[in-house]
Write a protein that binds this ligand. Structure first.
Ligand code: SD4
Length: 292
């Protein structure tokens, strides 16, 4: 049995690539990285990797996280600049016992010193969009934060190992140095091969308040299916945020257990992709829940 699940339409091709890795007896970690590399390399996707939209200063700052569900090895980068594949840097850092989560200049320096592909991540098209946004914001009070979809994925390989990963350029027009949930284990992603894994997309500031990826894995460990665990972690938390904090932004989570069963919970319309040894790669649309 193998399986993989990923966020948003943009990762459909990557999921197909990951499926090939998994069906050829490849490792969960290689598959999840393959999936994310495909999204990061595509300049058409404005929320991840090359072509990602910049912060309010016009600088592309990326966040990424990687976790191995067998060893719990974890690596993350946040606010990294000029690196083509933030996910590969995060994965490399997961092999370090110390200093495995690097931010800003330190993360970028690590990538440079270790031979990762360095490039200007701000494409002409992203720059144009940024300049337009700066102009709009000068004349009205439009909400500055839009255009943000993170790629997150969980994989299960034929040997029963699991991995999870995320990559994002974060919120368009974010403040310099702002970090979301995506590189934070427990919030943006979490995986335990004895149970399952989860990954998040949406407004990091809100996702972090609930450590939602960990919450889902914790509930799966108690015996819930990925769908039950997702429902019970996400929807009551969204209500709690509304009650205690006054509002809840968009939050979507994907989950996969070590049997290849999957689940999704979202409070916005959300596309995601699934492939398993029993099911060809397929894109689904989830509607805001909970289901009545
Ligand atoms: C962040 N969670 O930086 C990311 C953005 C995202 O859909 O996933 N948007 O907060």
């Amino acid at each position: 049995m193998w399986a993989t699940i990923s966020t948003w339409q943009m990762s459909y091709e990557g999921l197909r690539e990951a499926s090939k890795v998994l069906s050829n007896s490849g490792k969960a970690g290689d598959a999840v990285e393959t999936l994310i590399l495909d999204v990061e390399a595509n300049p058409a996707y404005k929320s991840v990797g090359f072509g990602g939209l910049p912060n309010e200063e016009g600088i592309v700052e990326m966040d990424a996280g990687f976790m191995d569900g067998d060893t719990f090895a974890q690596g993350s980068v946040a606010g990294i600049q000029n690196v083509l594949h933030a996910i590969s840097v995060a994965r490399a850092l997961s092999h370090e016992h110390y200093n495995s989560f690097r931010v800003g200049a330190g993360a970028t320096k690590y990538a440079e010193l270790n031979g990762f592909d360095m490039t200007n991540m701000l494409t002409e098209s992203a720059k144009t969009e940024w300049m337009e946004k700066v102009k709009t914001l000068q004349v009205d009070t439009a909400h500055p934060y839009d255009g943000h979809d993170t790629v997150g994925a969980v994989t299960l390989d034929q040997s029963g190992s699991m991995a999870a990963a995320t990559s994002t350029s974060g919120l368009f027009m974010k403040k310099a140095g702002r970090i979301g949930d995506s590189p934070l284990s427990g919030s943006g992603f979490y995986v335990d091969s004895e149970v399952g894994g989860a990954a998040a997309t949406g407004l990091g500031e809100d996702i972090m308040k609930g450590c939602l990826s960990y919450e889902i894995v914790r509930r799966m460990k108690e015996g819930l299916s990925p769908q039950e665990a997702s429902d019970q972690s996400v929807y009551p938390f969204v209500e709690k945020l509304k009650n205690r904090y006054g509002k809840a932004a968009e939050i979507s989570l994907i989950a996969l257990n070590n049997q290849g069963d999957w689940g999704v919970a979202t409070n916005v319309e959300f596309t995601f992709n699934v492939a398993t040894s029993n099911q060809k790669p397929q894109m689904f649309i989830a509607h805001p829940g909970p289901k009545q």
